[in-house]
Write a protein that binds this ligand. Structure first.
Ligand SMILES: Nc1ccc(-c2nnc([C@@H]3O[C@H](CO)[C@@H](O)[C@H](O)[C@H]3O)[nH]2)cc1
Length: 743
């Protein structure tokens, strides 16, 4: 059931408030100044930009809270089927502009601030990024929350409130250095701590048999309890009052005092043990490929799953006396395998705590779970060592074994005693390290499995999950990644946003991105071209200023800005881009001066973080910076070619770079990018794409036409043979010389 009535149901109640605030800037000013005085506790006659930002943020948050309560009240009454999006990572970025725009009151606040002597955009830059994620998977989660809210879904997001998000990247002498992300040091006005929404999460311990109803049942005697505390982030939709919740869990020591330590006078140990609890939600794992089979990572996964499910089941039980309607009221979306313990946890709660019989619990589980996979390579699939699980979650391991036993028995009936295939499809992997295949668990227990592009979906069916597809073809589908135009045009490129609304004659595209196609009717309009060029120039000037501020390199805005910003990976081929830049440099150096007038001046911009343990990726960053040093200081080349490595790439840096890009590179080795979302952000900002036919680029190519993008490189089916043949390309001497120099 959609929340469409949200708009109608409460408009009357709070329409008055909105109208009052919108119509009367002085009321906003008063609201802001009250927050300066009573929230920020500064003199309303003397406060700086950051204090003004804090006051503004709290004022906007008040508006959010009004709608948020309406929404929760509305859905409590309607009791619709709720979609719960479980993700270990949310890359939210800044909230101020996004919230004010989605609330429809950004301009009113800007006017109110102007009279107080402040610029909205200046205050917006006072906010630090919420970087609780690594890259595409995490930013997809954030975009999905914006879209779920805007499309009036009764949805919830559940995740972890890491004390430290993705590390800050500092470049020293061309090398990446990581610093902790102290994102909470100056407070976070966008979250509400729910001190009364807490749940105990248990670990370790043993499982005993207990007599029950004339039979036996398993009882888990946990060894350690940690408290999960909810921090709620209101997520406003655009053009609707629907405001949903991103609930992030923080780990706190449980109230159970470690009496043993106190009794032995070991007070320090008691305190230290309490701090051990907080470690669970302290830091985001900075790897966006390798699965960290570390105990702490597993504790993080189970911690957020257990707290989320206790919350979800509590909410369900508030209005339902039994679990008959559970599948009709609850949908759980697994964002990759990271939340897959939810499957065993639901079984444990239903069987061990709610005393449903196994088959009934199993039937419920298979109806409520859906699984999104973001992985293209079998070796990238998450496996959990059994010995680790046996220690940390002994009861869950038993449940997974039981699930696997029933599943394999059923499978034998379907495919016979094909032991190779049975072994491949088992949830339990026997071998040097006995492990649980989390993707197999997710597929067996989910009623839908989706890839994140059509190409990715084909890889899943023919390679990654071939055995499962042949068994359950009906489960497999794909939902090609999308990005929200609220963030990636309206927030990040306001001048383009205004131009689109003017030439489309409506702002409806902000809720319905397909309406952008209407611009095609004006494609030949010279006036539109002129305005478009002006918008691009303004954005390039803003980017050029940032580049100079961050790197000291002066770049000409009349040069072509050629951008590659994404996590550093061998498969994303930043190295190929750099080698191309070296070649371009070499050609310029060796050409006649008279020929140089034909060279299109180009500023190459590369940005992205390398996982701390990914040595090659770190070297690629060093290479970028070394080549930049060489090129940018060669007067012979001048403005014909520049290379800039932008440090500490994050959502806010992307919001600045993307609108100023003329060309962007998405050149992954075909068959390696499950989808890719950067291309879409650049494209909707009018940037040309240089791309290989990989991931979502294939669908983009079909949508905009091959002639409107620069395609190159081996196709997916050609890559294995090329790999087999090995490097036939003789690296020209000048490459070796320069590369050796710069490394
Ligand atoms: N810890 C961890 C963290 C992250 C991942 C991970 N796996 N895939 C992805 C990216 O998801 C994006 C959103 O679907 C895709 O566009 C992109 O092609 C893909 O590479 N992220 C894996 C492990």
């Amino acid at each position: 059931l959609r929340g469409g009535e949200t708009r109608v149901g409460v408009e009357r109640m709070f329409g008055l408030m909105d109208r009052f605030l919108k119509s009367d800037p002085s009321s906003l000013q008063k609201d802001i100044l009250d927050h300066v005085e009573y929230t920020v506790a500064r003199s309303r006659f003397s406060f700086d930009d950051f204090e003004a930002y804090q006051a503004l943020a709290h004022s906007v948050r008040d508006r959010l809270i009004e709608r948020w309560h309406d929404t929760q009240l509305h859905f409590k009454k309607k009791d619709p089927k709720r979609i719960y999006f479980l993700s270990m990572e949310f890359l939210m970025g800044r909230s101020l502009s996004n919230s004010a725009i989605n609330l429809g009151i950004r301009d009113q606040y800007a006017d109110a601030l102007k009279e107080l002597g402040f610029e909205f955009e200046v205050l917006a830059e006072q906010e630090g990024d919420a970087a609780l994620g690594n890259g595409g998977l995490a930013r997809l989660s954030a975009c999905q929350m914006d879209s779920l809210a805007t499309m009036d879904y009764p949805a919830w997001g559940y995740g972890l409130r890491y004390q430290y998000g993705l590390f800050r990247q500092v470049i020293l002498d061309g090398y990446q250095h990581e610093q902790p992300d102290y994102w909470l040091n100056f407070g976070n006005p966008w979250e509400i701590e729910r001190v009364h929404v807490t749940y105990p999460v248990k670990f370790y311990g043993t499982v005993e048999d207990e007599n029950f109803n004339g039979g036996k049942r398993k009882v888990w005697l946990p060894g350690e309890t940690v408290e999960a505390v909810a921090y709620d982030n209101p997520i406003p939709g655009h053009g609707t009052r629907n405001t949903i919740t991103l609930r992030l869990w923080a780990a706190k020591p449980s109230d159970q005092i470690d009496m043993e330590s106190y009794n032995t006078g070991d007070y320090i140990n008691a305190v230290v043990n309490r701090q051990r609890a907080e470690t669970i939600s302290s830091v985001l794992y900075p790897d966006d490929r390798s699965y960290q089979g570390k105990e702490l990572r597993l504790k993080q996964q189970y911690f957020f799953v257990s707290a989320s499910l206790q919350d979800i089941i509590r909410r369900f039980k508030d209005s339902h006396s039994n679990f008959d309607d559970f599948p009709e009221k609850v949908a759980l979306q697994l964002n990759d395998t990271h939340p897959s313990f939810a499957i065993a946890e639901v079984m444990r709660v239903l069987v061990d705590e709610e005393h449903l019989d196994w088959n009934r619990a199993w039937d419920i589980v298979c109806k409520i779970f859906s699984f999104t996979t973001h992985t293209v390579l079998p070796e990238g699939l998450e496996k959990v060592p059994v010995d680790l699980l046996e220690s940390l979650l002994p009861r869950h391991l038993q449940i997974i074994y039981d699930i696997n036993f029933d599943y394999i028995e059923e499978l034998k009936k379907r495919i016979g005693l094909d032991y190779d295939r049975l072994s491949r499809m088992s949830i339990v992997e026997d071998g040097a390290i006995k492990s649980i295949r989390m993707a197999n668990l997710a597929i067996v227990c989910s009623h839908t499995v989706n890839g994140v592009s059509r190409v990715h979906s084909e890889l899943l069916k023919t390679r990654v999950f071939k055995d499962f597809y042949e068994l359950w073809p009906h489960k497999f589908d794909y939902k090609t990644n999308g990005v929200t135009q609220r963030r990636w045009i309206v927030v990040s490129n306001p001048s383009l946003s205004a131009l689109i609304s003017k030439w489309l004659g409506t702002e409806a595209w902000i809720r319905d991105v397909d309406l952008l196609a209407g611009l095609q009717e004006q494609a030949a309009n010279a006036d539109l071209h002129e305005e478009w060029r002006m918008v691009r120039k303004v954005n390039k000037m803003r980017l050029a200023e940032y580049i100079e501020a961050m790197s000291g390199v002066k770049v000409s805005v009349s040069a072509m800005f050629d951008v590659q910003i994404k996590r550093i990976h061998e498969y994303k081929r930043q190295l190929l881009n750099v080698l191309g830049i070296i070649h371009r440099y070499d050609c310029i150096k060796n050409m006649e001066k008279s020929d140089r007038t034909k060279v299109v001046p180009r500023v190459c911009i590369i940005g992205g973080k390398a996982a701390p343990g990914y040595e090659i990726a770190r070297k690629i960053i060093k290479l970028c910076n070394a080549v930049a040093e060489k090129i940018n200081n060669d007067p012979d080349v001048g403005d014909l070619l520049k290379l800039v490595f932008i440090p500490d790439y994050n959502v806010s840096v992307a919001e600045l770079v993307i609108p100023g890009a003329d060309l962007s590179q998405h050149i992954s080795t075909a068959g390696h990018e499950a989808s890719g979302t950067g291309s879409m952000k650049f494209l909707m900002n009018g940037c040309l794409l240089l791309a290989t036919e990989d991931g979502s680029t294939v669908e983009i190519m079909e949508e905009i036409g091959k002639d409107n993008m620069f395609l190159f490189g081996a196709k997916m089916h050609e890559v294995p043979a090329l790999r087999e043949k090995g490097p036939t390309l003789k690296v020209p001497l000048q490459f070796a010389r320069v590369v050796r120099y710069v490394m």
